[in-house]
Design a protein around this ligand. Structure first.
Ligand code: NIG
Ligand code: FE
Length: 411
């Protein structure tokens, strides 16, 4: 493969630093090189530095002139529900009339309505829709997404969704990290405990045997899966060598963050209702919080998670889109950066760390992606902006110029 040289970034935002997730003041250290450049060989970063230094090493490399724009590691979106059929326009309209997420779910909307559409869809149709979503992510400067199943809720339908992810991986440059979320809702024809047995006895072994998911997730929430049921599922997944994530404390403070700590989960996600004890528990077990302000915004709530308290407690905070048809229909990480600054009082620099290097570590990929450092994959986005703070500042305007994955143009 030919080498590539990126030159003349107004700011090359490297995120260079220690080989671990960043905490406290480290979250504000972006390792910016002004008029920066990078030399890339075989899809990996060889060196980064001032443009004139890189230019001297160029030789036969193809040149990408960033033209005074900013260059960052591709966003790593560590929480999405990428594969589903249809949309939830009716739920959206009902919420605009004042009904709540839980009320709408009780009367036939909610997750269940997407499950019905997803079960009815063919693999080809699901793949086509997922491919469209993948293009949206790339267009927003994201180069890796975690993707959860969870709109099937039968053995075959959950496997269908995970297989769609696998096929999609071969058809898009976007990197997809699959998570099994069979415990996303309780199907109408079963009791919760019966369904938990089905997840443990029939779904998890198949998912593990076909190596269809790296992580297992559970929606631990009132009306969904309680702490004991979540513990059973996640413990079974752990025995199958899957790593863990948990939808925790989104609508009620139901003990999800503490369970994540007890089970040494990689992440606890949402955390809108998590209290100080939950934060302490996560800290004691190095669980990474994944905050999803897009879902708070889209549900029309103002109860954002306590990002500042979490950063001050030394947690390696991540932010993600929660892309899904019900509570967060956005693939846009720049939008999430904006919400994180305005609603959760994170600084622009902290939001960049939370959506790149910290997110990469939460997906067990911290040594390959999430920063622009020698030896890492050349996954980067060029944005039509001069200062990285503009990503969070201008909202509602897509800022992307171009996106590269392993040095190949992906958008
Ligand atoms: O993360 N909370 C559970 N799951 C999604 C919502 C899924 C849906 O409403 O379809 C979330 O917000
Ligand atoms: Fe979610």
């Amino acid at each position: 493969m030919k080498s590539l040289a990126v030159l003349h970034a107004s700011q090359l935002v490297t995120l260079g630093g220690p080989n671990r997730p960043r905490v406290r003041a480290e979250m504000s250290e972006l390792g910016i090189i002004r008029d920066g450049g990078m030399l890339i060989r075989d899809g990996k970063i060889d060196s980064v530095g001032p443009s004139d230094e890189i230019e001297r090493k160029v030789r036969d490399a193809e040149i990408v002139d960033a033209g005074g724009r900013i260059v960052l590691p591709g966003f790593v979106d560590a929480h999405t529900h990428l594969v589903f059929a249809g949309n939830r326009l009716d739920d959206f309209e009902r919420r605009a009339r004042g009904e709540t997420y839980e009320q709408i779910a009780e009367v036939g909307g909610g997750i269940w309505s997407t499950v019905e559409k997803t079960r009815a869809a063919s693999e080809i149709d699901l793949l086509a829709q997922a491919k469209k979503h993948a293009d949206w992510f790339l267009g927003c400067g994201t180069t890796t997404v975690e993707a959860k199943s969870g709109y099937g809720l039968t053995v075959e339908d959950e496997l269908k969704i995970l297989r769609v992810m696998r096929r999609l991986s071969g058809q898009t440059p976007l990197e997809i990290v699959p998570t099994f979320l069979g415990a996303h809702a309780i199907p109408h024809n079963r009791s919760a405990d019966e369904y938990v047995d089905l997840v443990i006895d029939q779904m998890l072994p198949r998912v593990a045997a076909e190596r269809l998911a790296e992580f297992c997730d559970v929606f631990c929430e009132r009306g969904y899966f309680d702490v004991e049921q979540s513990r059973r599922i996640l413990t079974a997944a752990k025995k199958l060598r899957m790593k863990l994530r948990i939808h925790a404390d989104q609508l009620t403070n139901s003990g999800g963050a503490k369970l994540a700590a007890e089970l040494r989960a990689a992440t606890a996600d949402h955390l809108e209702k998590t209290d100080e004890q939950g934060i302490e528990a996560m800290k004691s077990a190095a669980v990474q919080p994944i905050l999803l302000p897009g879902s708070v915004y889209s549900l029309g709530s103002t109860g954002y998670p306590q990002a500042r308290e979490m950063i001050e407690a030394g947690l390696a905070v991540v932010i993600a889109t929660d892309f899904n048809p019900g509570s967060s229909p956005t693939p846009s990480m720049p939008m999430v950066l904006s919400l994180a600054c305005t609603q959760m009082k994170m600084s622009p620099a902290e939001t960049i760390t939370a959506s790149t290097i910290n997110a990469a570590y939460s997906l067990n990929r911290g040594s390959d992606i999430g920063s622009l450092e020698s030896g890492k994959l050349a996954n980067f986005s060029i944005f039509d902006r001069k200062d990285y703070r503009e990503l969070a500042y201008w909202f509602g305007v897509p800022p992307t110029h171009s996106v590269y994955i392993e040095a190949k143009r992906g958008h």
